[in-house]
Design a protein around this ligand. Structure first.
Ligand code: SF4
Length: 401
């Protein structure tokens, strides 16, 4: 049987574009939702049939955008289509990203019944000033209600997304946000430092001096504080930005995202979705109308090149090795196993990246760990300087044998 794969399904609709957002999402296109959902079902059916065998799927992630804007019955239909055309494993993790304020007890009940078993809520902050600056459309009462309803609907795997490092956000305000979030007892946390991207209103405000530049040192203090606080609250820090609750049955990590960090295959469905299948990286057209039109009228190519694909890039072995380091080193405990690397690429880590490993060890950002010193991973100091570490592994010449 083929190795289990994952499905990422993109929902590019939002009520309003938040000030910091550079995701592929659009406000004011809700009228296209029915056509878009029909196109998604078509793409999912094509991918399932074109794969050549019934692909076992162990995680599905509906991300966005705001997937919770889609009527629950349409989401149920989409899951049904996936189950028809893929071998959806009985214990599959099926996540829906949701914004507080866009769910009701009834919609969550319908989603749970349809098979979704994990909800990821975009809480971002528990502070009204932060939420206003981010132009989020909800308040903390919406978050509390959404969590309560999710529990009542039977969801026992819940993630909260939070953002720190905002302009003029004092440490205490971040601490209060995290305390409010911990009190809601989610199974998982994703914490992101605010990143101010080109083309966003936030960048524009910054350039015009309307907001102050975020303080990187303060953001680092916020991260450090969160690491300690979440550990004390029983959450295991398994990826730079992610924590899962430690339970008697193991850690509640996000299995879907582990697929990315372990550099394993996934299909990307929907406008602008990316996939990694049969050693090729795929990217779909970003525009909603273009996506729908291509799915409805264009002939699909050879799997994984669907009708809405914009690019298919076959990844050569050396690039795959570099990518493996980039994503794998994000996993703080698991890191990159030398044994696993050798099994996959037929060569040891030390032979592939001798200079980088030696240098990064010397400056205290990487270490060998694990019972047989088989695992290369970031040191605690390296957690904060991950991008510096990853950049050492990309765009490098392959060492001569
Ligand atoms: S809700 Fe999320 S995806 Fe939508 S605009 Fe805001 S940040 Fe972007």
């Amino acid at each position: 049987m083929a190795e289990p794969t994952s499905l990422y399904i993109h929902i590019p609709f939002c009520r309003h574009r938040c000030s910091y957002c550079d995701f592929n999402t659009y406000a004011g296109l809700d009228g296209l939702i029915p056509e878009y959902m029909a196109a998604l079902r078509r793409e999912a059916a094509w991918a399932g049939q074109a794969a050549g065998e019934r692909l076992p799927v162990h995680t599905i992630f509906l991300g966005g955008g705001t997937p919770s804007l889609i009527p629950a019955e349409d989401l149920a239909l989409l899951l049904e289509t996936c189950a028809q055309h893929f071998d959806l494993l009985p214990d599959a993790e099926i996540t829906l990203e949701a914004n507080p304020g866009t769910v009701t007890l009834n919609s969550l009940r319908a989603l749970r019944q349809a098979g979704f078993n994990r909800i990821s809520l975009g809480m971002q902050s528990a502070n009204a000033v932060d939420l206003m600056l981010l132009e989020r459309q909800h308040d903390t009462v919406d978050v509390i209600r959404a969590v309560e309803w999710a529990r009542l609907a039977g969801f026992n795997n819940l993630n909260l997304d939070l953002i720190y490092g905002l302009p003029a956000q004092p440490l205490e305000r971040w601490q209060a946000t995290l305390e409010t979030a911990i009190a809601l007892q989610p199974e998982h946390f994703s914490l992101y430092a605010l990143s101010i991207e080109h083309g966003t209103p936030f960048r524009h405000w910054l350039e015009r001096g309307l907001v102050s530049t975020p303080d990187d040192d303060l953001a680092a203090d916020m991260f450090e504080w969160a690491c300690d606080r979440l550990e004390a609250a029983g959450y295991g820090h398994y990826e730079i930005s992610n924590w899962g609750q430690d339970t008697a049955n193991g850690r509640l990590a996000c299995r879907h995202n582990l697929q990315y960090w372990r550099n394993l295959p996934y299909l990307g469905l929907g406008a602008g979705a990316h996939g990694y299948v049969n050693g090729a990286r795929t990217a779909n057209l970003r525009g909603v109308r273009a996506y729908i039109q291509n799915i409805n009228t264009r002939q699909a190519g050879r799997f994984p090149a669907g009708a809405a694909v914009e690019s298919v890039v076959q990844i050569d072995r050396w690039t795959a090795m570099q990518e493996h380091m980039m994503v794998g080193l994000r996993l703080l405990e698991e890191g990159v196993s030398n044994h696993g690397f050798q099994q996959r690429f037929g060569v040891e880590l030390g032979q592939s990246f001798p200079r980088q490993i030696e240098y990064l060890q010397k400056v205290g950002l990487l270490e060998w760990a694990g019972s047989e010193n088989d695992v290369l991973r970031l040191t605690r100091r390296g957690w904060l300087l991950g991008n510096q570490v990853f950049s050492e592994f990309v765009d490098q010449e392959q060492p001569k044998p």
